[in-house]
Design a protein around this ligand. Structure first.
Ligand code: MIG
Length: 768
């Protein structure tokens, strides 16, 4: 056994002098430790902004054959072979380096057979060919009882164990199934529940990377990257919630959205080719009594797919007039913006970008051109702060028209004429770098630029929706999961996908309701609107050329059921808004897997067809064709059936009938939920009244209210209400009253009675 390396300490960073590379451990907090090995890459993190290190007590001891670094939450052991082993404070192993040799999936095939197999269209797996030219890898032991979560938007199931994934933002229109290793986002955070003990690892490296989550072997999982530094953060905490909270402390939390963004949104690729069609959709929503807050404008509204243009010919010469009229009808316009700028010297955005040198270039110095929607296009160099500012400035074109937000697509970046070569010159802030390094943060930087533009020119909480993202993009943007299909496996996938996105920091996420590609059908659309009624982003969107899937497309009973659930959504918006507000402080997602709330319960560790909304609402949608009843697992505690108030004790499976118009929905006993007024659109006018439903005869609840649009809440312009119910007695306080008017009247619905309280200015509280 070689000798332990020498070390030096600077502040909370210990540097161990190993022969090849120094290894650094930095204590950021008692539950966040950075493991860093400089392998020559420079530059700053895109995921982490600002100083995250807090003064933290820790000790470092030489215990003979290894060092031990101890904080209040974590114990890290470093030995002379450069193993890094992580334990919790009680000494339970969390992430311990694997000592054995990797066991490749098979012994490989010879070159001749490999070519034949590939000629038939099969791909030979990377570990077989050795094509996985890993620059470094981190291999950690798997326990028999270990479950793995996170990784953002990947396909498949809640528990990632047994699968492999790549981080290389990719637009692949094929049906996304569990064998897909990559989608549009790269969010390299993973969580483990090892023998019931939670932890997380965040690998902050934007280069292409790979996670094998115990597919190759049940004995280990590994992470590898093709370049960059070894740079990962160990995340501890007593519960899985603590660990998620620590991850979002590090990479940032979803900011408070505008309230209307939680409303229903209607979209279809094709609507925006004519003002008349968009108006027909708005009329349909009104006629069929479907509450709605936004219509999305896909690529067709532009002039020849030129970003930051609006084809006036399609909008009676005046898009602003139409957007204003839509707003008066209660509906915001959300236009799409792609990164590709049409190569056209007569087009000002292109000409300006060329003049200023803002597009990425081939190594020979010429502007790099690939094809996207507008045909030959140039790609803004979003890694540069100056280019982001320029892009943000272009947003003014849209904010002047009066849009409600901006939808960013194709920002992986996608390209139609082959992939962008690795060596195309993209900037890393102000330094020339490569596509190889900047690919996975391209969408992140575009979303950040869009956020900055909206903030500057709208003075509202920016509403950005992006398809591509990196860890940390949640600070700037909502996400949707891209091009799913109208197939049952994709309504099923929605649950684990949104739950893992939530655990990966992306609380504000949604899927295309009804399915994007392929033709939907009445039953699928119905089940989808039910399953998505709590989806943080609630948007029906479909591809051009597919069967129409507006709520009224299938007649009855689809329309009535659809309406019932959209109306239910609006009742729940104050609860969702409260959860978003709480999430700005806790970093916990709105929509969550049961394991996040009940990490001690082995039954929920790979539960793919149920989820929770906050701590109080349990949803068990039907996600299979022709099914009208299902098993619902209720975790510990007592539960109330939302539809009939029947009570159940938890820790058991129950059989629930769910005919086509029913979503199995359970509320935790003694929970209190705010209950929004029935509205067609979320109004900018403050609510004068509010209702709370009590699912028991006791309980307490914290409720938040502000103007729902701008940043004044940051100067204290918000109200914080606390409700408590004891043996049927209601009391409501207003511990923070900074927004006016506070509710004039509050109705509290108990199981057997209704209590109405009015605001009393003298005591600044509510009285019967
Ligand atoms: O190449 O703008 O995921 O939502 O409707 C397709 C057209 C480009 C992909 C997006 C989808 C959008 C579509 N876009």
């Amino acid at each position: 056994m070689p000798q332990l390396p020498k070390y030096t300490q600077t502040g909370q960073t210990i540097t161990f002098a190993f022969p090849n590379h120094d290894l650094q451990l930095s204590v950021l907090t008692s539950a966040i430790i950075r493991v860093f090995e400089n392998r020559g890459d420079s530059g700053q993190s895109y995921a982490i902004e600002g100083k995250k290190e807090q003064p933290t007590d820790f000790t470092l001891k030489d215990v003979g054959d290894h060092y031990e670094l101890t904080t209040a939450d974590l114990l890290v052991k470093v030995d002379s072979d450069q193993h890094v082993d992580i334990y919790d404070a009680a000494g339970n192993p969390l992430a311990v380096d694997y000592r054995g040799k990797r066991q490749l999936l098979d012994k490989g095939v010879d070159k001749v057979h490999e070519r034949l197999v590939e000629a038939e269209g099969h791909s030979v797996s990377s570990s077989t060919t050795g094509a996985d030219s890993s620059y470094f890898q981190v291999v950690k032991s798997l326990a028999a009882d270990e479950h793995l979560y996170g990784l953002g938007d990947k396909t498949g199931y809640l528990d990632k164990r047994g699968f492999e994934y790549d981080n290389w933002n990719t637009d692949n229109p094929a049906p996304q199934m569990e064998n897909f290793t990559k989608l549009y986002k790269s969010i390299p955070v993973m969580y483990g529940l090892k023998n019931g003990h939670p932890y997380g690892l965040f690998f902050d490296n934007p280069y292409k990377s790979h996670f094998d989550m115990g597919k190759e072997s049940p004995n280990y999982y590994f992470y590898s990257a093709v370049d960059g530094n070894l740079d990962y953060y160990v995340l501890g905490g007593k519960t899985l919630k603590d660990v998620v909270s620590n991850y979002t402390y590090l990479t940032g939390r979803v900011p408070l959205p505008q309230k209307w963004t939680l409303g229903y949104q209607q979209s279809r690729w094709g609507y925006s080719a004519s003002q008349q069609e968009v108006q027909e959709i708005a009329d349909g929503l009104k006629k069929y009594d479907i509450p709605c807050d936004a219509i999305h404008f896909d690529v067709d509204y532009m002039r020849g797919y030129r970003v930051f243009t609006w084809d006036k010919d399609k909008y009676q010469g005046d898009p602003k007039k139409f957007v204003t009229s839509l707003k008066e009808q209660g509906i915001k316009a959300i236009p799409i913006i792609d990164p590709g700028v049409k190569k056209d010297p007569d087009y000002d955005v292109y000409a300006d970008g060329i003049k200023k040198g803002y597009f990425v270039k081939s190594p020979d110095g010429k502007v790099y051109i690939n094809k996207v929607w507008p045909g030959d296009s140039a790609f803004p160099d979003f890694g540069r702060p100056e280019v982001r500012q320029w892009w943000a400035h272009n947003d003014k074109f849209l904010t002047d028209i009066g849009v409600g937000g901006i939808w960013n697509d194709m920002n992986e970046p996608a390209s139609f004429e082959g992939p962008i070569p690795d060596d195309v010159v993209f900037s890393d802030q102000d330094k020339p770098s490569t596509h190889k390094k900047m690919h996975n943060v391209y969408g992140h930087n575009m979303a950040k630029a869009t956020y900055d533009g909206l903030k500057k020119y709208q003075d509202k909480r920016p509403y950005v929706i992006t398809r591509a993202a990196y860890a940390g993009t949640q600070k700037y943007s909502t996400v949707w999961t891209g091009d799913n299909r109208s197939i049952w496996p994709h309504i099923q996938m929605m649950i684990p996908q949104l739950c893992n996105l939530g655990m990966s920091g992306f609380s504000f996420a949604g899927t295309d309701i009804g399915g994007f590609g392929s033709d939907t059908n009445a039953e699928l659309l119905t089940r989808w609107i039910e399953a998505a009624v709590f989806s943080p982003l609630m948007r029906n969107h479909a591809a051009m050329g597919t069967r129409h899937q507006e709520p009224w497309s299938f007649g009855e009973p689809t329309l009535s059921i659809y309406r019932k659930f959209v109306k239910l959504r609006y009742r729940f918006i104050p609860y969702l808004y409260d959860l978003f507000e709480k999430g700005t402080k806790s970093g916990l997602p709105v929509m969550r897997p049961l394991v996040l709330n009940y990490d001690n319960d082995p039954r929920v560790r790979d539960l793919n067809d149920e989820f929770m909304v906050g701590d109080s609402v349990l949803v068990a949608p039907i996600v299979e064709k022709s099914k009208t009843k299902r098993l619902v697992y209720l975790p510990a505690g007592d539960w109330v059936d939302f539809w009939n108030n029947r009570q159940y004790t938890g820790n058991q499976d129950i059989v629930v009938n769910a005919p086509l118009d029913k979503l199995p929905l359970f509320i935790k006993k003694d929970a209190i939920l705010p209950w929004g007024n029935p509205v067609d659109h979320i109004s900018d006018e403050p609510d004068k009244t509010m209702t709370f439903k009590v699912f028991g005869d006791q309980g307490s609840y914290d409720h938040y209210q502000d103007d729902g649009t701008d940043f004044k809440y940051q100067d204290g312009e918000f109200n914080h209400y606390t409700l408590s119910v004891n043996a049927g007695q209601v009391s409501i306080q207003l511990p923070h009253h900074g927004f006016n008017p506070a509710y004039e009247k509050i109705t509290v619905e108990l199981p057997d009675k209704q209590v109405v309280l009015s605001y009393d200015a003298a005591s600044n509280s509510y009285r019967e």
